[in-house]
Design a binder for this molecule. Structure first.
Ligand code: KG4
Ligand code: ZN
Length: 338
């Protein structure tokens, strides 16, 4: 089954053709990152307009790249939630029009389920159940993936997403948007013990997380150092910050592996590219004898292939939409599309 998958929830217009959920025939991306960089973050209206401009040509490009025609496409899939609402609407409207015109099924895919499914592309042998740590620009959660479309959220951030904090701290340090990767690079040269940053433990659910206190502490530290006329050791602050994020995430992963009895842990989302988080998860999993799944960096960030992968399993589960499909800025990973 060839699925043409569309992703437009943030600042990348992405289109992929994926066969039977596992084989990526093509994976095209029109990135807007350079455009938003001058504003230091994504400008929603610009994002929507750029998706409008890019989306049609990208569909033709995807087909041409693999020598397929519209007749070779068996279904359309699209990210319908969550994301910048104007941006998601562009993808959803395009997918609805294409499904109607081509008379093919329309499969709505939750963006975070897509991130998790990037693991199926990287690891053809991987099947649920497994645990997945989802860390992206907008989400941070620990998910028990019981089956392809049956998930339980063990814990989630109660405030900011980890990626949001990486980007905010990086921005204040003068790094270009999105600064997570640059902060990660800088951290490699730093001494993480030079600055002390907090690790919070919010609420009753031990799997829940909080990052806003850490973000504020890092920003205050930067401001105070500047006010005192002292020179900030940027690499060391980056190292201390990355360590604090990893120390928030990884113990919860360990606890989840121990308490659920699952033997496999996958990671997903752009922040899963972080070298400190990767190293700590690998070390913890080795101690516990658990298997680790870490998609390559290009599959960690937003892409169309991950939407096409999850779409196949949504289709098998009967999760197909009709022309009433709408887009949502926020939506639970457990929710129904209609
Ligand atoms: O999953 P993603 O591409 O988009 C969302 O769905 O949000 O994640 C983007 C996020 C950005 O916050 C970016 O700074 C962060 O992933 N990121 C990183 C690294 N690479 C990307 N954060 C920390 N370390 C990295 N190496
Ligand atoms: Zn994403």
């Amino acid at each position: 089954m060839n699925i043409l998958a569309i992703e437009s929830s943030c600042d990348e217009t992405a289109m992929a053709i994926v066969r039977d959920g596992r084989e990526v025939l093509c994976d095209c991306i029109a990135s807007q990152v350079e455009l938003h960089r001058i504003y230091g973050g994504v400008v929603p209206e610009i994002a929507s307009r750029k998706h409008m401009e890019a989306i049609y040509g990208l569909a033709d490009k995807a087909l041409a790249e693999v020598g397929l025609t519209r007749g070779d496409i068996d279904a359309l899939a699209v990210t319908y939630a969550p994301g910048l609402i104007g941006a998601v609407l562009v993808g959803v409207n395009f997918a609805k029009a294409a499904a109607l015109a081509m008379n093919k099924p329309l499969i709505p895919v939750h963006h975070i389920r897509g991130h998790i499914a990037a693991n199926y592309l990287a690891y053809p042998e991987l099947e649920p159940p497994f645990l997945c740590l989802v860390v992206s620009g907008g989400h941070t959660m620990l998910v028990d993936v019981k089956d392809y479309t049956d998930m339980e959220i063990l814990g989630t951030t109660l405030d900011d997403a980890a990626g949001e904090c990486f980007d905010k701290v990086a921005r204040v340090l003068g790094m270009p948007y999105p600064g997570g990767a640059a902060l990660d690079q800088a951290a490699k040269l730093g001494d993480e013990t030079k600055y002390q940053l907090p690790r919070s433990r919010p609420g009753e659910n031990p799997y829940n997380m909080s990052f806003s206190g850490l973000k504020t502490a890092a920003l205050n530290l930067i401001n105070h150092t500047q006010q005192l006329g002292q020179t900030l050791d940027v690499p060391s602050l980056c190292a201390a910050f990355s360590a604090a994020v990893a120390d928030t995430l990884v113990p919860r992963v360990v606890m989840a592996l121990e308490q659920t009895g699952r033997r496999r842990i996958a990671v997903a989302g752009g922040v899963a590219a972080n070298s400190r988080i990767r190293a700590d998860i690998l070390a913890a999993a080795e101690t516990l004898g658990a298997q680790v799944y870490m998609p390559p960096l290009r599959l960690c960030g937003d892409n169309g292939a991950m939407i096409g992968a999850q779409a196949y399993y949504e289709y098998l589960a009967g999760n197909v939409a009709d022309m009433r499909l709408n887009a949502y800025a926020t939506k639970s990973i457990l929710g129904e599309a209609l």
